[in-house]
Structures are given as structure tokens and as C-alpha cells.
Design a protein around this ligand. Structure first.
Ligand SMILES: Cc1cc2nc3c(=O)[nH]c(=O)nc-3n(C[C@H](O)[C@H](O)[C@H](O)COP(=O)(O)O)c2cc1C
Length: 177
């Protein structure tokens, strides 16, 4: 069985496309086929030692889900199901999508909500990412001067995504080599 589980939420498909790129880059022996979190239950995640979780930000700095007008349930509906679950010993890496030009005051906030929740469940969060090269005013996803995970902006910095992804995956791979 693959050792890395890849789960994502999405409304317009960007976060799903990145999830597929991640699996292509890591290879199917390492990473499992990406699963939309609306179809997942907690036990599906607990089957892996390492998780890569993708989340776009919607509304005004909120989790994607029905209350932010997404077409389907997403992380907003999934996160409450983590209440009381034990992720100790699990590594969790988060990638967040957002738009720094249109939402400079709440850029990729949703990544923070995943970080906070999985940390509360005892997971070790890996894959913090430098804020250099992004132009925004405020983001909850900055903790100790770094993003809590990889940040991608497909609207304004799409050309930088492949190299950011490669560098981040290389860092992650060093934790399971
Ligand atoms: C209605 C709407 C609200 C958004 N709100 C935010 C936001 O608060 N912060 C942010 O960084 N990006 C925001 N975005 C940008 C999305 O996160 C970005 O387009 C992302 O790539 C969408 O991912 P998806 O295609 O997987 O749904 C918003 C986009 C839309 C359409």
C-alpha cells in the first residue's frame, strides 16, 4: 500500500489538479490516488502514516464548504468529524491555494484551520514554507513567520507552481526516506 494519502477539497478544480500533480511527481508506489474529502471519512486518513492535504480558501478567509457557496461539502463539513480523533504519530503536510491579489487580507487562511485541527488531534505538521515571493497583507496561515504549508496561487503566480511543488515535495520526501 502507498504510504502517503492525498486528500483535497475543491470547488473549481485547482486543488484537485495539484493533488494529481503531486501523485504523478511522487509516483503511485509512494502516494495513493487523491481522494476528494467530501467522499472521505476519518478512518480513510488514519490508514496512512503520512498525509498530504490540499485546501483552497473561500468566502472571506474561510474553509471551503457549503456555507461559502461551494457546490458540494468539503473541509468545512469534514473538520468537525475529527473531534476526539487521535493522529499522534502521523505526519501531515498541508498545501493551500488562494488568491493574493483579490484577497490580500485573508490570503490562504483555510490552511491555518487544517493546521490547527490536525495539530489538536496530535499530528506532527510538516512542510512549513517561506513567505518570500508572495505579496499579501495578512494571512492566518503564517505561524512563526512561515506558512504552515505550501502556498500556491494559480490566479497570479501559476508559472511558479511547478518549481514550488518540486522544492516542497523534495523537502517532504526527506522526512520519509
Ligand atoms: C468566491 C471566492 C472567494 C475566495 N476567497 C478567498 C480568500 O478569502 N482568500 C484567498 O486566499 N483566496 C480566496 N479565493 C481564491 C481561491 O482560493 C482560489 O481561486 C483557488 O485556486 C480555488 O481552488 P479550487 O479551484 O480548488 O476550488 C476565493 C475565490 C472565490 C471564487
Amino acid at each position: 500500500m502507498a504510504k502517503v494519502g492525498v486528500f483535497f477539497g475543491t470547488d473549481t478544480g485547482n486543488t484537485r489538479r495539484i493533488a494529481k500533480d503531486i501523485v504523478t511527481k511522487l509516483g503511485s508506489a509512494i502516494a495513493a490516488k487523491p481522494v476528494n474529502v467530501r467522499n472521505a471519512v476519518v478512518a480513510d486518513m488514519l490508514a496512512y502514516d503520512t498525509l498530504i492535504l490540499g485546501v483552497p480558501t473561500y468566502g472571506e478567509g474561510q474553509l471551503p464548504g457549503l456555507s461559502t457557496g461551494n457546490a458540494t461539502a468539503s473541509w468545512e463539513e469534514f473538520l468537525p468529524t475529527l473531534e476526539g480523533q487521535d493522529f499522534s504519530g502521523k505526519k501531515v503536510a498541508i498545501y493551500g491555494l488562494g488568491n493574493q491579489k483579490s484577497y490580500p487580507e485573508e490570503f490562504v487562511n483555510a490552511a491555518f484551520y487544517l493546521y490547527e485541527r490536525f495539530k489538536q488531534c496530535g499530528a506532527t505538521i510538516i512542510g512549513a514554507w517561506d513567505t518570500e515571493g508572495y505579496h499579501f497583507k495578512a494571512s492566518k496561515a503564517v505561524v512563526d513567520n512561515r506558512f504552515v504549508g505550501l502556498v500556491l496561487d494559480q490566479e497570479n503566480q501559476k508559472d511558479l507552481t511547478p518549481e514550488r511543488l518540486d522544492a516542497w515535495l523534495k523537502e517532504l520526501a526527506a522526512t520519509w526516506d
